[in-house]
Design a protein around this ligand. Structure first.
Ligand code: DAH
Length: 416
């Protein structure tokens, strides 16, 4: 199958090059859109009074209060790392297999075959380890192609952390070892410890990791019900997710685990064991302040931002809806092109490009194969809502028409 997107043949404009801080040659992997590029450099987590800034600061404070050595903070903070990373940083350095789904063009924003907008803050883990850092937090914007609804936006923010320990730090009485190939049934199945580690070292690390994260959750949310769920990540083993019971439902809050020893040795660290975790800031802020829609974080409306102008960042705040403007719902149906690859994420990006932030949700509501011609038809329901005013039906129709025209031209679909 041939993929054909005419716009990809153009070189990046001079303005775009300046914005990206370098030159990137387009190739058959380029799928980044101008609209997404406009988010690069906004750094919401560093904007004063922004709810993401409050959460980011509270997490840093928790780490500084919990881990000090001779009254100096143990964790270094990296919150201005640039979001363009290499495929090596985002995937290879973290031992993510070459055929892993997370590398696909339909999941990431690629500048070209070699560079992409980081899909997680873990992308910086190996370079900071190689730079000699042992305990650090990496905070910033990450980019993922995804569905569109009130909790998903293609740009969001994460805090990722690494903590390394030497034998002396882990066993101050010198009565234990980090490395030995003992086996244990305490860690089996998907939770098997890594072969090189000793059971007692993994146990101590697991305990510190879990206590640290429960302390963090408590400092943010107070007493909440929680549970640990066993999982797998390519870069940790064993691995867990922490879920909290919030609004009558289990909410997946973060992923964590014991760092793969190969990541450390590849970075030149041979005699330490480490734990790591990653947490999404929007999810925390949405729960903490009861923010109902993820697009609000990008609002420049003073009615939104002024609610987070607090004297004390730990103060409890409940977001008050600026006002709820009505939705307009329009459907669009089309036949997918023959012989050209089509992914729903391509359509979602096209909707964002042409509809901007008045698009609240896009749902695939019908997927139909014609019994005779075998042609496939998709019907999407697009919900439009402006966060700050009432949209007229004519305004929405114009945008909807533009989306249809662009889909016909760029994705080669046939509107029904
Ligand atoms: N990078 C993962 C994600 O974006 C989250 C994560 C899981 C980060 C485990 C970590 C970790 O550092 O150890 O979903």
């Amino acid at each position: 199958m041939v993929r054909f997107l005419p716009c990809l043949r153009r070189p990046f404009t001079t303005a775009t090059k300046a914005h990206l801080g370098g030159s990137y040659i387009r190739d058959d992997y380029t799928n980044i859109t101008t609209r997404i590029l406009e988010h690069v450099g906004l750094n919401l987590h560093l904007q004063k009074n922004h709810p993401l800034n409050l959460v980011h600061q509270r997490i840093i404070n928790y780490f500084h209060e919990t881990f000090t050595l001779s009254s100096k903070p143990v964790f270094s903070i990296f919150n201005e790392l640039k979001p363009i990373v290499s495929v090596n940083q985002n995937f290879d350095s973290l031992l993510i297999p070459k055929d892993h789904v997370s590398r696909s063009k339909s999941d990431c924003y690629y500048l070209n075959r070699e560079y992409l907008l980081r899909a997680h803050m873990t992308a910086h883990q190996a370079e900071l380890l190689a730079g000699g850092f042992k305990n650090f937090l990496m905070i910033g914007d990450v980019y993922r192609r995804d569905e569109i609804d009130r909790t998903h936006y293609p740009v969001f923010h994460q805090v990722d952390a690494v903590r390394l320990k030497s034998r002396d730090e882990l066993f101050p009485n010198a009565c234990g070892h980090i490395f030995d190939k003992s086996v244990s049934t305490d860690y089996d199945g998907i939770q098997a410890k890594q072969e090189c580690h000793s059971v007692e070292a993994v146990k101590l690390m697991e305990e510190e990791l879990k206590n640290t994260l429960l302390g963090l959750v408590k400092s943010l949310f107070g007493d909440v019900k929680y549970r640990w769920v066993e999982t797998t990540f390519p870069f940790t083993q064993p691995s867990w997710e922490l879920e909290v019971f919030y609004n009558n439902d289990w909410l997946e809050l973060l992923g964590c685990g014991i760092m793969k020893h190969h990541i450390l040795t590849n970075a030149g660290v041979h005699d330490n064991i480490g734990w790591a975790f990653g947490i999404g800031l929007e999810r925390v802020a949405m729960c903490l302040y009861k923010i109902p829609d993820i697009r609000l974080f990008w609002s420049k409306d003073s009615g939104f931002l002024s609610q987070f102008n607090l004297c004390d960042i730990n103060q409890s705040v409940t977001y008050k809806e600026i006002s709820q403007f009505p939705q307009c719902i329009n459907d669009i149906s089309f036949w997918l092109p023959d012989n050209v690859e089509f992914s729903s994420n391509d359509f979602y990006d096209l909707v964002r490009d042409n509809g901007g932030n008045i698009v609240e949700q896009v749902e695939l509501i019908d997927n139909f194969v014609h019994p005779k011609t075998k042609k496939i038809s998709h019907c999407y329901r697009i919900t439009y809502r402006h966060m700050e005013k009432t949209l007229t039906q004519e305004e929405v129709n114009r945008v909807h028409q533009r989306i249809g025209d662009a889909a016909r031209e760029k994705l080669l679909v046939e509107i029904r």
